[in-house]
Write a protein that binds this ligand. Structure first.
Ligand code: ATP
Ligand code: MG
Length: 419
């Protein structure tokens, strides 16, 4: 991608009316645009990151047997009445259709997926089953001040698991905890993300959240110093200030953002929809369920909160919009400038030919070298390559990692080996 033709441009300053770090950086660098509070457009750079997160999650879900579907976002009132949530789900966006019937925009999809499963699940032979989607969700959030961390429209992966019994659910639930950590690892959040005990709702005593430590976090968690498992403040009182895992009382308080949440639903939703299966003995039983959510847009925003410095974003490798930010330092000397252009065009082609994604700052004219470097820092690709008269004198490009000061010269014929 050439910066000279990229749809967006960076801004000199962060948007004045944004308080959150993620929105300030992501908007200034041209990753997202705010339409209204809690509602954002993903721009080319932001969409690239989002798609990478999406693909990581898709890969990991498929590995544990997930089958992807796409459910509608527009849902009829009747299904929400079946579970009683039309009356109790405050954050539901409700609307009236031209048929004068009421609808809700999907905030979560138990009410859609459970009757759907009922069309295909009959016997124990049909279980277990893992169905997921990656889709825009709508919630009429009261506090939409945290940039893309708390959207009114946001993107979620929600997987619903269907089991014959609790033991089978427990097994999957444990496996999913590992898978979730794999996802956070690939997104560059592993060392700040903690498995956190949270209130469980009707079926199990606890649910589990994945909480990433950041001052921008809206939650308070207490991390056990001996086993590194955390507890959400909301449930801590019930536990007499002890770690629910090892009983230790040495807990460290941190602010954190919930980047994922997994629940054992039991038969909470299968019962109202009468989702049953016939067991090996020919007896009808309600299906036991689990539910596993991750906010993709929130993960992206969390990475922006956690991985940045005063100059801009610092993307973890696997989700960076581009691996390399290639910068030309233009010369006033026409011959020298042509040489720089030729060399950098070749580097651009060679890198792409070897499968390396490059953002090429090929801008000329008004844009100063200082501005180019500032943009490279703001956008935050992991590697910056600079081609100038000076580097070409030595048949080299200058290579620098984002977030580090050290620079090195790499021979032009070695450029595709830069990492
Ligand atoms: P929170 O406690 O932050 O309001 P929640 O517990 O209501 O979230 P879930 O219903 O468990 O969230 O949704 C699953 C995941 O979706 C959350 O762990 C989070 O990563 C993401 N998520 C939830 N609400 C939002 C939102 N408004 N904007 C962005 N992501 C969200
Ligand atoms: Mg939650």
């Amino acid at each position: 991608m050439r910066l000279s033709t990229l749809f967006t441009k960076t801004s000199k300053e962060a948007p004045k009316d944004e308080l959150s770090v993620n929105a300030r950086l992501l908007m200034q660098a041209g990753f997202v645009d705010k339409l209204t509070a809690g509602v954002y457009t993903f721009l080319p750079l932001g969409l690239r990151v989002l798609k990478k997160i999406e693909n990581i999650i898709r890969e990991e879900m498929n590995k544990v047997g997930g089958q992807e579907i796409l459910m509608p976002a527009l849902t009829p009132k009747s299904i929400w009445e079946t579970t009683g949530r039309w009356a109790t789900f405050d954050a539901l966006f409700r609307l009236v259709g031209s048929d004068s019937r009421e609808y809700a925009l999907g905030a979560t999809h138990e009410e859609v997926v459970v009757p759907l499963a009922g069309k295909y699940v009959f016997s124990y032979k049909d279980l277990p089953l893992y169905i997921y989607q990656i889709q825009n969700k709508f919630r009429n959030e009261k506090r939409a001040k945290s940039g893309i961390l708390r959207g009114r429209e946001f993107i979620m992966k929600d997987l619903y698991s269907f089991h014959t019994d609790e033991d089978n659910l427990d097994e999957y639930y444990k496996a999913m905890q590992k898978v979730y950590f794999k996802i956070y690892e690939r997104c560059g959040l592993l060392d700040k993300t903690y498995l956190t005990f949270a209130s469980g709702g009707s079926f199990s005593k606890y649910s589990h959240e994945f909480q990433t430590i950041t001052p921008a976090g809206e939650d308070e968690i207490y991390i056990c110093e001996s086993c590194q498992i955390a507890v959400n403040r909301e449930i801590l009182a019930d536990l007499e200030n002890k770690c629910p895992n090892c009983g230790s009382k040495k807990l460290k308080q941190e602010k954190a953002i919930e980047v994922g949440n997994i629940f054992k639903l039991g038969t909470k939703y299968s019962e109202p929809f009468n989702l049953q299966f016939v067991d090996e003995g020919g007896k009808k039983k309600p299906v036991v369920m689990g539910c596993f959510g991750i906010g993709l847009s929130r993960v992206l925003g969390t990475v922006a909160e956690v991985c940045h410095d005063e100059r801009g974003l610092i993307w973890p490798k696997e989700i960076a919009p581009f691996a390399v930010h290639l910068v030309t330092v233009n010369s006033k000397d026409v011959a020298a400038n042509n040489k720089i252009k030729l060399a950098s065009e070749k580097i651009y082609k060679d890198l792409q030919a070897s499968g390396i994604e490059v953002l090429f700052d090929d801008r000329e004219g008004e844009t100063s070298t200082g501005e180019k470097f500032a943009d490279a820092d703001l956008i935050g690709c992991p590697l910056r390559l600079v081609v100038s008269e000076r580097t070409l004198e030595q048949d080299c490009v200058e290579v620098k990692k984002r977030g580090e000061e050290e620079k090195e010269l790499v021979k032009l014929n070695q450029v595709t080996k830069c990492k």
